[in-house]
Structure formats: C-alpha cells, structure tokens
Design a protein around this ligand. Structure first.
Ligand code: WTA
Length: 649
C-alpha cells in the first residue's frame, strides 16, 4: 500500500467543475439534505411531467422499496438525443472506431443518431414490442448496439444486453429468464482480427427458447448465416423502410430501463433492474463530475456495452450530457499494443477510462508503444473494475499521463448504476490504489463482519456497506424481489451490503480489498465461482468441483478449479483440455479455468460443507496459514491437495 499523495494541480482545479472546497460543501449538503440536493440536480434532466416527491426509499427488512422521483415522467432516449438537437444536432455523438484500423471510423452526429434510433424504434414496434416488453441485445461493439438500447428506451421496452463473449447456453438462460420477445444480434463480431459467429451462437441459443422469440439480425460483416424465414429479420433492411419519426413515449421515473445479468455468490446470474430517471440522473452526473467533462470534450470508455460500465459510460452518461463518446470494436493489442494510444491520438481523446487488467497487460509490452503516440489531448485518466495495484497506477500516471493527468480510480458495481467512491479530478488528492472518497449522496460505512457493528473510528477495516439510497441504485432482481432482499439487505440489516471488503485509512480514504463472498474478478469481469462449478459438474466425467480465485499478475484474479473425477475416470491432460473447452462453451471464454487440479477429495466439514477458505489458501500457495483444520471430516485430503498444488511460487 502506497501512501504517496498526488494533489490536483492548481490550474486543473481552477477550471474544474468541482474543486476541493466545492466537494466539501456539496458533499455535506448532499448528506444533510439529500432531497434538496437531488431535487436541484434532477433539473439536469428534461421532464415531461415534473416530479413532486424526491426520495422514498426503505432498507427495512421485509420492506425493501426504493423509489426516486416516483410521480415524475420523462423519456430516457429523449434526454440522450432530442433535447440536444436544437443546439448540437451537427455535433458528433458517437465516434465508432472499427476493429480493423484500416477501416475508416464513423462520426455519427446527434441528428444521425436521432434518425437511426427512431427508425430502429419503429422496427421494434412493427415486431409488436410494447412498453415493458424485454428485448435481449447480443451485439458486437457497433453503433447498432447503442441504437438498439436507445430505441428500446424510446418506446419503453426494457433491454437486456448480453456480452457477445457469452456462450449460446448463457444467452439462452438470459433470454428465458427475462422472457424476451426479441433477440437482436449480428452475423459476426470481429475482434482482434478474428470473427465470432454471433448469429450461429444465437441460433444455438434459440433452440432452447420459445419459438415465438424473433431474431433481428444486423448484417455487419456480411458473413454467411443460416436464415430461418419468419423468425429472422434483417434489421438494416427494415430500418431503411421504417419511418424516421417515432414519438418518445412518456415513461414513469421508476419504469425499468434495463436488466443486466450479473454474477453473485450463489446460483445463476441475477437480473439487476435499473430505473429510468434515477439511473440516468446518476450516470449523467457522475460522468460530468468524475471525469470533469466539459462541452466539446471527446470521451472514451474502453469497456464493452455488455457490462454496466458500457451502459453508464459509453451510452447513457455521455449522451445525457451531450458529449462525444467513442465506441471501440477492437482490443488493446490489435494490430499491436499501441492501438489504445493510436485511437487516443486519432480522435483527440480528452478523457480515457479503462480497466487495470488492460493497463497491466500493456505495461508488460513496454512504454515505447505509448511514447510513439501523441497523447497531448488527454486531460483525465480513469480506471474501473478491480483494485489497481500501485505499480500499474504509477505506470498509468507516469507513462500515459506524463505525471500531469489526474487519475480517477472509480469503485462501483453493476448494482450501483454509477460510481460510488472515486476521486474528483479537480478536488481530491489521490493515493495509488485507493478509490479515495464517496461521491455526492453516498454514505459508506465499514461494519465488523462478525458483529455487524459500524466501525466509527476513522481507521477501520471490515465489510463495506452503504447506509442510504442514491438515485442510481438497482431496484430489484428481475422476477425475484425476495432474492434482492436476501442478497443485499439480509446479512447486515438496514444497510446495502456491497460484497466488498474495505479499509479506511487515517485520512478517511477508502481502500477496496476485494470481494468477501464467492465472487471472483477475472480481468475486471465478474464471475461467480458457483457458476463455474455448476458448469464443471455438468460434464459427465466430473463428480465434484470447487472453484476459487487466486492472484494473477495480469488478470488480477485467475480461476482455480479443484476437480474430482467420477469413479473409473482417469485424470489426463486430454481431460483437462476437454474441461477447459467445456466451460468455454457452457459459459464463455472468460470463465475458462486457468488452473485445474485433480482432487481425489475436497476438504469438507463433518456436515459436508466445502471449506473454501482452505482451498483459497492452497490456490494462493499460502498453505502455511491454513488455520484450524480440526473440523474437517478427513484432514488427510488437505495434504494431498498441498502436495499437488498447481500455483507454486
Ligand atoms: C470490483 C463494475 C476495486 C469490486 C463497475 C466490485 C473494484 C465489483 C473497483 C463490481 C475499483 C469495481 N477498485 N474494486 N475501482 N471497481 N471493483 O458489477 O469488487 O462488474 O464489487 O461492476 O468489482 O463488479 P461489476
């Protein structure tokens, strides 16, 4: 842990939206009188019907009910597009940078975005999609992904974007769980010079779905696909014929805008539901203040729209602010490790937002790749998704930021809609590895994990909870409000439980120490160990599996699987490869185990509970600290696991 502090430069602070004094004043106001604070900031949105109630939120057990601006009406797409047309219709809304650097980028103006979204919305209407209907979006990083999301918002349909790296099975689960009437996909997704056959993945998924589900296909590469008449629809062709006018439907503030599936510690991924007004307000406000976005800036978030980061900081936040947002189809290392920096130079990017895993991977390639590019337009650098180690922070600061650009390490979650703890670049002195202080309206507390008591000393560590609601908070788990309450409000009553461990230092700075539940964070992608386990045991040769995370130099955490094979099955290299492939097809490449250890037995308590703490320690190659193993049914299994451990330092 580094305690070096980097203060914002006085020049930066002077022209920033928020300096240190403003932060203190506004933060205090937001906590003392949240209704007034949020009422004022909600004027940033265009309301069709103004609200009279600001906040109505209860974290009380048995009555978890979160509402913001509940009697107001607005339309999210109109806020992201229509209201900008009079003043910035000819300004670029989206810069699309294709996978292949030789293909010209697209500059889509707000007027053009408006036309595309209206046409797309009419195509959805012509398919019988109505307010509240679910639409699954399984697309590459192409402008149509943004058109589709905004088209849903325009007519009041609820989108659920599924990351294009997920397998047909994972896609089918999400289509079925959300009860979607339509899935929108593309023929192929080019990434890093290779193509993924998204349409054939979708075909495979639809074998497990109701045959009423329609498939809208964006012909992107023109690659060959099978075509099922009556089910498959060519979106681009339909858009050409559709009317360019589609009225934005007035929606209630609390109507769901989208569902996004995310991994938890147990069971299948949950459908996190976000609202219309509260979500948009929070995404827009954090985008403006955290990145110190100013009129005319070019903003680039390198995430995929399949994750919440892409929702809030490629599409909704930047467009709500009338910004120019960059959407990148490719990967950081194609054609070579200078691609990010070339794109920054080419499009004169002002704010750049990426994940620590990308920084670590690029750091390993050497600084020449950065230094040959002109990064003089950069003003603010951001990171998200996992704790950033001070080494990577320093490289980002020195090599990319030339020591003069503030870095915002933003801590948040799919569930939170936007940043909860983060520096503000003109206000907050930063410390490498710390997400520093709470954003406006956020009251973090550190609880003792055993007693659940609030730690009131400045220096403290424990589990991180949030004391009261903020507008961007998720509202429920789709179709399962009970699970919402159980997951987030039952371990520590009266608080929102984040699942993260945390330390607060003597200056009141927060340091996220990682998940305290069975969620692992692989290259900034959230993965439930239970999901990988259930994929493994679905293989006929596997009797039992236990999955834990272990420290991985580039990915942050790697996936370590302990596998017990069925009686009569011989573990082999071949089976190992087969299982890796199996998990890729069951969930997707991001879930492939990095290490598989054959385990004749797993350490269990006498009541049959797997002792994950022990498995974690062995995976970390830290078996000296196994702690008490006396409650194990058969302590000798541990010796075998240690002896054959895979991650030796
Ligand atoms: C982790 C991504 C440390 C954390 C927006 C959280 C972080 C989980 C940071 C949410 C950060 C995210 N520092 N850890 N700056 N940002 N995390 O839902 O464990 O994909 O609970 O949302 O990522 O992951 P999710």
């Amino acid at each position: 842990m580094s305690d070096t502090t980097y203060a914002p430069s006085p020049e930066f602070a002077k022209s920033a939206h928020i300096d240190a004094d403003a932060y203190d004043r506004m933060y205090a106001a937001s906590i003392e009188d949240p209704d007034t604070f949020w009422k004022e900031h909600a004027q940033n949105l265009d309301w069709i019907q103004p609200f009279t109630k600001v906040r109505n939120a209860s974290f009380k057990p048995g009555n978890i009910d979160i509402r913001w601006f509940e009697d107001g009406q607005l339309n999210v797409a109109a806020n992201c597009i229509d209201r900008h047309l009079a003043t910035r219709g000819e300004q670029t809304a989206i810069i699309w940078e294709p996978d292949d650097p030789e293909t010209p980028a697209l500059h889509i103006t707000y007027n053009q975005l408006n036309e595309k979204v209206n046409r797309f919305a009419n195509v959805l209407l012509s398919q019988g999609i109505m307010r509240g209907d679910r639409v699954v979006i399984y697309l590459p990083m192409i402008p149509e992904a943004a058109y589709a999301m905004l088209a849903c918002a325009r007519i009041g349909a609820v989108h659920s974007v599924v990351f294009a790296g997920f397998s047909p099975d994972a896609l089918a689960n999400r289509i079925n769980n959300s009860g979607a009437k339509v899935v929108i996909t593309a023929d192929e997704a080019p990434r890093g010079g290779r193509k993924t056959a998204l349409k054939s993945n979708t075909d495979a998924a639809l074998l497990h779905c109701s045959d009423k589900v329609r498939c809208l296909v964006v012909k992107h590469t023109g690659g060959q696909t099978t075509w099922i008449e009556g089910r498959d629809i060519d979106v681009k062709a339909q858009m050409e014929h559709a009317s360019p006018d589609c009225p934005a439907r007035p929606m209630n503030a609390e109507d769901p805008l989208f569902i996004l599936y995310t991994s938890g510690s147990t069971g299948q991924p949950k459908g996190v539901v976000h609202s219309s007004a509260g979500y948009l307000l929070y995404a827009g406000l954090t985008h403006k203040y955290v990145f110190d976005y100013h009129e005319g800036d070019v903003f680039w978030c390198t995430a995929d729209v399949g994750w919440v980061t892409g929702h809030s900081y490629i599409v909704y936040g930047p467009l709500a602010n009338g910004a120019t947002t960059v959407m990148f189809e490719g990967v950081p290392t194609y054609p070579d490790a200078s691609r990010f920096w070339q794109v920054c130079e080419k499009h004169k990017v002002n704010q750049f937002y990426t994940a620590p895993t990308a920084i670590r991977a690029l750091m390993g390639q050497g600084k020449e790749f950065v230094e040959k590019c002109d990064l003089s337009d950069l003003k603010v650098l951001g990171t998200v998704g996992e704790p950033i180690n001070p080494e990577a922070w320093n490289w980002y600061n020195d090599v990319v930021g030339k020591g003069t650009r503030p870095i915002v390490d933003t801590w948040w979650q799919t569930e939170t809609g936007g940043h909860l703890m983060t520096p503000l670049p003109g206000a907050t002195p930063t410390k490498p590895g710390s997400c520093t202080r709470p954003f406006f309206g956020i009251e973090p507390v550190i609880l003792d994990p055993q007693t659940g008591e609030e730690q009131t000393e400045t220096e403290a560590s424990g589990v991180l909870c949030i004391k009261s609601s903020w507008p961007g908070q998720m509202r429920t788990v789709f179709g399962d409000h009970e699970r919402f309450e159980k997951t987030y409000f039952s371990d520590y009553k009266g608080y929102y439980f984040t699942g993260d461990g945390c330390r607060r230092d003597k200056d009141g700075y927060y340091w996220i120490t990682g998940r305290v539940d069975d969620v692992i964070n692989v290259s900034g992608h959230r993965m439930g160990t239970a999901e990988v386990e259930s994929a493994l045991v679905a293989h006929s040769d596997v009797a039992e599996a236990a999955v834990v995370g272990y420290p991985h130099e580039i990915k942050g955490q790697g996936i370590y699987a302990y596998v017990t094979v069925m009686n009569g099955v011989e573990p082999s290299e071949e089976l190992r490869k087969e299982l890796e492939k199996w998990v890729r097809t069951e969930i997707g490449p991001i879930a492939k185990p990095d290490l598989i250890q054959w385990a004749p037995g797993l350490p269990k308590t006498r009541s049959g509970k797997i002792m994950r703490r022990i498995l974690r320690k062995i995976a970390e190659d830290d078996f000296g600290a196994l702690g008490d193993t006396s409650t194990l049914a058969d302590p000798s299994v541990v010796d075998d696991l240690i002896e054959n451990r895979m991650n030796r330092k």
